[in-house]
Design a protein around this ligand. Sequence first.
Ligand SMILES: [Zn+2]
Length: 52
Amino acid sequence: MTFCTNCGDVIDRSEWYSFAARRDGDGTLQTYAFCSEKCRSEYFDEPIAADN
Ligand SMILES: [Zn+2]
């Protein structure tokens, strides 16, 4: 099971979901899954990326 990093909702990986990877302070690559671009934006406190 995959859960949204921001809101904890269960993510159905057979359908679209948002995925992100960031390096933490140690340089370790951390991966995150989100149920929506909104959750991703809220979690990272970043604007929703323009899709171009
Ligand atoms: Zn969410």
